[in-house]
Structure formats: C-alpha cells, structure tokens
Design a protein around this ligand. Structure first.
Ligand code: HEM
Length: 433
C-alpha cells in the first residue's frame, strides 16, 4: 500500500489535524514521560457525543452506570486482563490525566468506535490514533473494568504517599496473605492498576488493552497480561453453565446478576467505604495452572470425588440435579460421606465459610506448552467481593482441597474496583476530591 499523502500541512492543523496531533501526543509521551491533558480533552469530546445511547442488543454494554460493567454483565467468552505499573516519577496530575484519558477512551471503545481520528490522521507523518485491528468488528459486548492496587495508595514499601491518596485507603484493603501451596511468580502478580477487558471476540479485547496501554505511555506501563477463552462461570440465569479445562461444569453456584440482595451483601461495597469505592468491589485474580496430563490419567470416580459433583450433569454427588443444593450429610451405602470431606464444593460452600459468598468470573487459558510437551493450561480465576477477606476466607478453607493435587497457583493480584462512572465524570473521580 502506498503511504497516504498528508492533505494538511502539519503547521496548519484543522480539527482533524488537531486530532492527528493527539496521536503525536501519544508518541511524544513516550519520550517526554508525562502529560496527556491534550488527548484527554479531545477524547472526552468524542465520548460526550457517545453517551446518548444506552444498553441495547447491538452488542453495546454501556460503560456508564452505578457499577462498573464486567462484573454482573453476562460473562463474555473472551478475556484480556492487563496489569499496569505507574512509571517512576509519575505525579498525582499524571494519574488524574490517565484516568480521564482512560475514561474517555473506554466510553468509545465499548461503543465499538475508533479512537481520536481513527485509522487515518490527516497528516500521514503522524501515527494513527487508533491501532485499527478492531475496525469493522463493532462493540462485541466489550466491557472494561478498572481496578486500583494497594501500592498506588502507599507505594511499594507501604509507607509512602506517591499520589496524595493514602488517606483514601480503605482499612479492609490489605494485600493478600501467602496461602498454603502458593508458588507465585512475581512476573504475573500484582500491579498498580488493572484492566479487565471482556468481549465476544478476542481481537476486540486485545485491541482495547493495546490502545489503553498506548494511551498510558509516559504515565503507566503494562507489566503483565493474560488472555483467556471460554468463560468458566455464568453471571446470569440466562446463561448455560460452561465447563473448565477439567471438563466440569463451573459456575453452578455462582452469584447471579438476578440475585440483587446477594450482590448488595457479598459483591458491592457499601456506604461505609470512602465515596470513590461505593458501588465498587474488590477484584481478586489468581492464575492457576492445572496439570491436565495428570488429571486426564485419573479415573472418572476420582475426578468426581475431587469436586463432589458428577462430570456430565454437574449434580452434587449427594443426588438431585445440577442446581440442587448439595446435602453434605448424605452417605454412600458404605457409610462414607457422599461428598468427600475434602471435596472442592464442600470446602468452598458458604456452609463451610460462615455464609461467605463470592462472585466468580474466571476464564480458561492455555499459554502454549512446556519443553516436556505438557500443556500450559489452567484457570485464570477472577472473583469479585465486597471485602477481600471473603476471598481469603474461602481460599484458606481450600487448604485440604483434593483439587490441590492437580493445580498450582502461580499468579495473584488484588485491586479495588471503584464504583461506576457517571456521565461527565471520570474513573474514581471522588478519589481526588
Ligand atoms: C483451578 C482451580 C479451580 C477449579 C478448576 C474450580 C472448579 C470448580 C467447580 C467445578 C465447582 C462446582 C460448580 C460450581 O458451583 O461452580 C466450583 C465451585 C466453587 N469454587 Fe472452585 N475451582 C477452582 C478454584 C477455586 C478457588 C481458588 C476458589 C476461591 C478461593 C473457588 C471457589 C469456589 C466456590 C465458592 C464454589 C461454589 C461452592 C458452592 O457454593 O457450592 N474455586 N469450583
């Protein structure tokens, strides 16, 4: 393809030329290290025009609302999860500008619109504002869910206040403790900010993370990310229960979007939190490798014993159908419990955890294979809860889990997810007021 001729000299910018300069701003940030107010205001203008439409069946999940999308939204099939770190020397103003830019971009991306002047700046000596690979793919139910890490409030060593928001740290927001059998790799753990992009099409999710990452240049940088496919839970009764890579139905007993009371109790942060977090949640991500080869050599009886459910229907081993509550007192003819004392569903069940419930929204992943020819697959576990202590409670209960023989936790992160964004405001705005 011949290079497109610039129709406007760079020194006489029109409106489109100005939008082209936003692209230059992005590139310039890589060199200059700070800034970005320009792109914020230009993208914000575009976003303001977007806001008229609401949720519809055209594949658009509205970005604005009381809660961030991507939590109770019916789980899409594809994930690109990304963790970012603020660059050294970034200031409070940089953080605010980044949130403004991300908000404006997220509003456009979730509507399937191109960023800035799109693929073709008038000045072809400038990079396009939008990387282009989602052109023609529409919105694809893209949701973007943003989270803030502990170190953003108190620095890596827990004692500083790099962005002047230390006083906004909720007391519940403690880093996760170490759990039994954790084999965490620093390369896939933690981060100052996270973005969960979910969509029907992987290219849409990747395009979103790529462009948010590009917009962040000079203020924050990508530290690790994870692709996921095949949701491993339902978040709405309108969805069938999917299966994880062990071939079992996963998400049967999840909290569903229709359970508004359970959501208020277990998922949404209430009024006792700082304003910026109200209507938000806490996101836990755990990258869990599954030793698929050992699993595939285990008998069906063993596999069902591990979960306490049947493989085909997902019914509890105590009897009944998939959605019936397990009866943990039921016995086999031998007198042994129908559901093993160390079965996953027994240990994770609210009855074993003082009523604790979490909303699971994970994805399968396969990151190629290792030199031994084993598949590097597993579950990228994601859960949302109103207090990180809920996850800690359940994870600690899973210490004697039969499942532990077949899994390895290698990545971990915890982020506070601010409440939803109102039109005309930006992500976590109340944090800075
Ligand atoms: C690779 C790791 C894991 C796999 C393959 C897995 C798989 C499953 C399956 C098949 C079920 C039964 C169906 C259902 O109700 O969804 C289940 C239930 C559940 N799991 Fe996991 N899980 C994993 C890790 C975890 C972790 C790390 C947690 C939380 C710390 C967790 C929490 C739960 C909960 C709360 C339930 C519902 C229990 C109930 O109320 O009956 N799981 N899981």
């Amino acid at each position: 393809m011949p290079e497109k001729e610039s129709s406007v000299p760079p020194d006489a910018p029109t409106r489109r030329g100005l939008l082209g300069l936003v692209g230059a701003g992005v590139a310039g940030l890589a060199i200059g290290g700070v800034g970005g107010a320009g792109i914020a205001s230009v993208l914000a203008k575009g976003a303001a025009a977007d806001d008229a439409a609401a949720d519809s069946d055209d594949g658009i999940v509205t970005f604005y609302g009381a809660h961030q999308a991507g939590i109770t939204t019916p789980a899409q099939d594809r994930l690109h999860f990304a963790s970012f770190r603020m660059v050294e020397g970034a200031t409070r103003d940089d953080l605010i500008a980044l949130f403004k830019d991300w908000t404006a971009a997220a509003a456009k991306l979730t509507r399937g619109e191109e960023l800035g002047s799109g693929l073709e700046p008038d000045n072809s000596y400038l990079p396009p504002d939008d990387t282009g690979e989602a052109e023609g793919l529409h919105a694809g139910h893209l949701t973007l869910t943003f989270g803030l890490g502990h170190a953003l409030f108190v620095g890596e060593d827990g004692t500083t206040d790099p962005f002047g928001i230390k006083h906004q740290l909720p007391k519940q927001f403690e880093p996760l403790p170490n759990f039994a059998f954790d084999l965490l790799e620093g390369t896939q753990s933690g981060g100052d900010l996270c973005v969960q992009a979910c969509a029907d099409d992987p290219q849409i999710a990747v395009h979103a993370i790529r462009n948010l990452s590009r917009i962040a240049i000079g203020r924050a940088h990508l530290v690790w990310s994870q692709l996921g496919f095949g949701r491993t839970s339902s978040t709405s009764r309108s969805q069938d229960t999917p299966r994880n890579l062990f071939g079992f139905k996963d998400g049967t007993m999840n909290i569903m979007s229709e359970e508004t009371k359970a959501l208020s109790q277990h998922v949404w942060v209430g009024d006792n939190a700082p304003e910026w977090l109200r209507g938000g949640s806490y996101l836990v991500a755990r990258k869990i490798l599954m030793t698929l080869e050992s699993w595939d050599r285990s008998s069906l009886r063993e596999q069902e014993r591990v979960f306490g459910r049947t493989k085909r229907s997902g019914a509890p081993l105590s009897g009944g159908a998939e959605f019936d509550q397990p009866d943990f007192s039921a016995q086999q003819q031998s007198g042994d419990p129908a559901i093993d004392v160390a079965a996953h569903v027994r240990l994770a069940h609210p009855d074993n955890n003082e009523g604790t419930r979490i909303l699971r929204r994970g994805y399968n992943f396969v990151d190629g294979s290792n030199p031994l020819g084993q598949m590097g697959g597993g579950l990228f576990f994601i859960s949302f809860q109103s207090d990180p202590a809920a996850f800690v409670r359940v994870q600690k209960s899973l210490k004697p889990d039969l499942l532990n023989e077949y899994i390895r936790h290698v990545g971990s992160g915890l982020w506070a997810v601010p409440g939803g964004v109102k039109k005309g405001e930006f992500l976590a705005q109340a944090l800075f007021e």
